[in-house]
Design a protein around this ligand. Structure first.
Ligand SMILES: *Cc1c(COP(=O)(O)O)cnc(C)c1O
Length: 466
């Protein structure tokens, strides 16, 4: 497919501007362009076709099943978009005087109230722009707390190996030494290993729960108690709250602070990479350390300009208010039900890494399957593309080899799950009959197997004139 710049034809265009009704005021030499601005020149039909064609080359939740584990690719109701598109929300200036943006402030206050209730926290900021940014902000709360008590010996953050990869990265970014602890046989935190890691140098623990193998840690209360007894604080990675919202609250489990990805659980489309919001909540005693902003007050650090990505909060509030107190836990329970249904429907062919009830997602372990057939988790993922299914998360978490991580979410119907299970079962058979076909999949996609290292390390993101 040609780039829009390559389709450009000199003199072609479609802008209809009103005739200028004021005197021309030429720019000074210093401000005017030295060379011609190169923009594509196209008719409206061609622009429309170009973008529609691009649209057909991607896969989104609106095209089909998208069980990308840990990412919560669920359907985002249209009403959330409609609310976020209201003029009163989109046409405000960040420096507008407070009396003129009272409605926006009410949105932030109400969203904060509901999300505090859902998470069991007392204070919250919407400044962080995404999950990892929220973690960074949350761990800075922990750091400020210890500093405020002049407790300088706490240099370590404990991170279980089933945590999301951003957790150890965050702890390191905040200047902490990361202490990795292994999981027990059952996929939960190894309590003995935790006890051995705790000490008076422990600043805190970062826990992803449910963890990256989709398991809710059954010792959660003991874990937070042990960390507190050692003088550390507990950070809850609630990026993905889909399995527990309205059912249990991290605050009640003993956690001191949390981030929630509003773009995952609370209705902002995020397949293209943004904008998002990592709402960070905390208990009362940490509230003074929250980021500050001109209209919301606070005495802490500032991690982003103004109020963060405000429209993401508008969507989250709309989502919460349309589902209500009954709908929120129902969505969570359906997310768990769908994951367990799909896991059991696939079982017998591809086997789960942990054969137990999962939460919102589960991990398949394809190592035995690969030994038998020579077909890898990557080959299965690529083959799913030919069947109109977005690949699951691959080779993550690292503690499972040949891992495929599936999160169907609550917005998928039983029919979709049945179709997906059928696709998995038939690929399992195909791998035994014609492994070569799977090793060269996908056969019907725009892009087959790019050089992934090259694509990640030296992507070409800009058109340059030849
Ligand atoms: C997605 C995710 C993150 C990171 O969130 P981003 O918005 O991508 O920065 C952190 N932890 C968990 C468990 C996640 O699923």
């Amino acid at each position: 497919m040609k780039l829009i710049f390559e389709k450009s034809v000199k003199g072609r265009g479609c802008s209809i501007l009103p005739t200028c009704d004021v005197d021309m005021a030429p720019l000074s030499d210093a401000l005017s362009r030295k060379s011609e601005l190169k923009l594509p020149e196209m008719s409206e039909t061609d622009i429309s076709r170009h973008y529609t064609e691009l649209c057909k080359r991607v896969h989104g939740v609106n095209c089909g099943f998208y069980p990308l584990g840990s990412c919560t690719m669920k359907y985002n109701p249209r009403i959330d978009e409609e609310m976020a598109a209201l003029k009163g929300f989109t046409a405000v200036h960040p420096l507008a005087p407070e009396y003129s943006v009272k409605g926006c402030k009410e949105v932030l206050d109400t969203a904060r109230k509901y999300l505090c209730e859902i998470s069991g926290m007392d204070g919250m900021t919407f400044q962080p722009a995404a999950g990892a940014h929220g973690e960074f902000t949350g761990v800075l709360l922990i750091k400020q707390y210890h500093d405020s008590r002049n407790d300088k010996k706490r240099t370590k953050i404990i991170v279980p190996d089933s945590a999301h990869g951003t957790n150890p990265a965050t702890a390191a970014m905040c200047g902490y030494q990361v202490v990795n602890i292994p999981s027990a046989e059952n996929g939960c935190v190894d309590i003995a290993a935790l006890k051995a890691a705790l000490g008076d140098d422990t600043a805190g623990l970062m826990l992803t729960n449910p963890n990256t193998v989709g398991i809710f840690d059954e010792n959660i209360l003991e874990i937070t108690r042990l960390v507190h007894e050692a003088g550390g604080l507990c950070y809850y990675d609630g990026a993905n709250l889909n399995a527990i919202m309205g059912v249990v609250r991290p605050g009640d489990m003993g956690f001191d602070c949390i981030h929630m990805n509003l773009h995952k659980t609370f209705a902002t489309p995020h397949g293209g990479g943004g904008p998002g919001a990592g709402a960070v909540g905390c208990k009362d005693f940490l509230k003074d350390f929250l980021p500050s902003s001109a209209i919301m007050g606070g005495s802490g650090i500032q991690v982003r300009s103004f109020m963060g990505n405000f429209l993401v909060v508008v969507r989250a509030l709309t989502y919460i208010m349309t589902l209500g107190k009954e709908g929120i836990p129902e969505a969570a329970k359906n997310a768990v039900l769908n994951a367990n249904y799909l896991m059991r429907a696939i079982q017998g062919t591809f086997e789960p890494a942990f054969d137990r009830i999962c939460m919102h997602e589960f991990v398949l372990d394809l190592s035995k399957f690969k030994e038998e057939t020579g077909v890898s988790a990557l080959d299965v993922a690529k083959s799913l593309i030919d069947r109109g299914i977005h690949p699951p998360t691959m080779y993550f978490p690292l503690i499972v080899h040949e891992a495929l991580m599936l999160e169907p979410t609550e917005t998928e119907s039983r029919d979709t799950l049945d179709d997906a299970a059928e696709a998995f079962r038939s690929l399992y058979e195909l791998a035994h009959e014609d492994p070569e076909y799977m090793r060269t999949a996908p056969h019907n996609a725009q892009i087959g197997r790019p050089d992934e290292v090259q694509a990640a390390r030296s992507p070409i993101l800009r058109w340059r004139e030849a």
